[in-house]
Design a protein around this ligand. Sequence first.
Ligand code: AMP
Length: 415
Amino acid sequence: MRVLVLNSGSSSLKFRLLDMLEGGPQGEPKPGRTLISGAVKGIGGTATLELFTEGVGAPKETQSVPDHSTAIRWVFDHLAPLSQVEAVGHRVVHGGERFSQSVVIDDAVLTEIEALSELAPLHNPASLAGIVGAREVLGSTVPMVAVFDTAFHHTLPPAARIYALPHELAARHQIRRYGFHGTAHASLVAGYAAFTGSTLEKDRLITLQLGNGCSVTAIAGGKSVETSMGFTPLEGLVMGTRSGDLDPSIVSYLAQREKVDASEVERWLNEQSGLLGVSGRTNDMRELEEAAQAHDGRAALAIELFCYRARKYVGAYLAVLGGADAIVFGGGIGENSPEIRGRICAGMEWCGLFLDVERNKATVHLPPGSAAWISQDAASLAAYVVADDEESWIARETVRWLRSSPLSSPCEGED
Ligand code: AMP
């Protein structure tokens, strides 16, 4: 089955058309060839389209793209013939209380995802535009599946799930810790399992997804039991432009002092804080590493804070899990920066974590879907890097759910 994966971010749209084959482990579908992949970046203004056909890049295109619907149509212009798209998997950020698993999209599901935009005004509208836009172009006969970022964290136990707010108030407004980046953490776990041959039942893992957005998850027996993002993706680690954890009193204090409303402060916390805010320079870790080497004190401080916060969470999750078997790095920073991995793990020998300097240094730019081992042979807490392949994971979920749905025809084997 040929599956198109659409991953709509607030100003970007990643896409990948891939062949899904039968015959993966435990009878699961497995990813085959990627036919077309790419991304539209800069939605909301002048955007660029990067396109790769069978891995070969085409010249970048640029045009004005005011919204996600325009971006979708632009992408579909390059996917001819459209008849090759047999199913679509959409990454949807917020599934709320309602969606604890992926779901085949019908009109009722669409309405429910729309209603969830209230909880995730910065994120769900983009996914929704992706679904509606794809339906407009492909018609309603091509089956589509929504894969939720929150679903993987539905297994959080009550103490990890709730905030210490008045119970009725929290319930009335559906305020709880949902957790995000679920597809990324699930694919880190799957990558670890494939690399080590683990069945996951007994493993305690700490997965660190370190990209522009960052989160960490504690995983026991393959299930998420604690995660750093909460009601929104703002909680937790220091990220590219998000502050992560802070004292909530800062919001009203800043709003009063700067004579703005709370939503403006929230925007600062989401868009102007984190690595960007502390360094005053950039949210790009590569540039920060270079600047810090050139003795830029604020760049160095931003990196130090980033690594310190991540290490603090790893320590907390070791306590949550009662020790761990492995930590797994993913995301643009986690996959490609030996320096940051080394600094996060520095001084963690007390819990058996000893990175192997050479293995760590050699592990950059892994092929998508592959993994590497970066700790010493004798380390009792092992460390791995997984080049997480979120799109393949979404495609796998799409086939899995279409197979089990009475609404759709069964998939044909193509192995
Ligand atoms: P992502 O959101 O997963 O695409 O990750 C984006 C982040 O990864 C940015 O901060 C990049 O600077 C960072 N990144 C990508 N490659 C490298 C690298 N070689 N060294 C350090 N950071 C990197």
